[in-house]
Design a protein around this ligand. Sequence first.
Ligand code: NAD
Length: 257
Amino acid sequence: MNRFEGRRVIITGAGSGIGQATVLRILAEGGRVAAFDVNAEGLAATAGLAAGQGTGQDRLTTAVLDVSDESAVREGVAAAVADLGGLDALVNAAGILRSAHTHETTLEFWNTVLAVNLTGTFLVTREALPALLESGHGVVVNFSSTSASFAHPYMAAYAASKGGIQSFTHVLASEYAKQGLRAVSVAPGSISSGMTTGRGPGLPEDADMSLFVKLAPAIGQGFAGPETVAGVVAMLASDDGAFVTGTELRIDGGTHM
Ligand SMILES: NC(=O)c1ccc[n+]([C@@H]2O[C@H](COP(=O)([O-])OP(=O)(O)OC[C@H]3O[C@@H](n4cnc5c(N)ncnc54)[C@H](O)[C@@H]3O)[C@@H](O)[C@H]2O)c1
């Protein structure tokens, strides 16, 4: 499949997990990718995997970028669009997961999560929009979460940020539909990545695990790999997703039915 032949794509959160898997998938399908992450080592790992994959490493550029830093986003996106010669798709995968009892959540904690997940998604999208609209078929794929619609205890800031991303995505889809733009959210769950395996969600020590019982994998297959989500993102960002906009797609193996 070469659905991204001649297509230019920006991907954030590209140094780990789902963002990294999406870079590899879009390169394998012929696309040119500008990959951003706040973590330089992660980006180097992504470039190494692209080289190992043997397809598209020459179509990949990487740059360290904090999506919550307005001036860095302005400069980074402008440089990427200039280098790519335009933009066809944006994948906003950068995100952080932090957990705490809501009554113990400090304003700093709350603002940090919102700044990266929600404001970061807004900033990168805002800067990318002119180029996406110019392409006439621009696509934005945003990362919501099952936590946006299903109660995930101890994740108030994270869930609120992901709910905000869903609302933001609906507005984009409506506001720019006549200019050919599509905007979709994916809502992953139970995907192995840096967020869910390495340091994990860091639940409070006295977390009431009985609150999670209803989230136990309903069909028993445990966690899936990030490439599972990358395949869906590639479909949505390609012409195969041409009639999908203003909605969200849950990718969780049925754990939130
Ligand atoms: N893994 C899951 O089950 C799951 C479930 C729901 C939603 N998501 C969402 O999927 C997206 C990808 O996460 P993942 O699971 O691959 O986790 P991950 O931790 O492996 O990847 C997240 C990436 O975002 C980067 N990042 C963090 N802060 C950043 C910033 N300020 N600027 C730029 N990059 C930054 C990290 O360095 C990391 O490389 C996130 O938005 C996450 O909220 C994941």
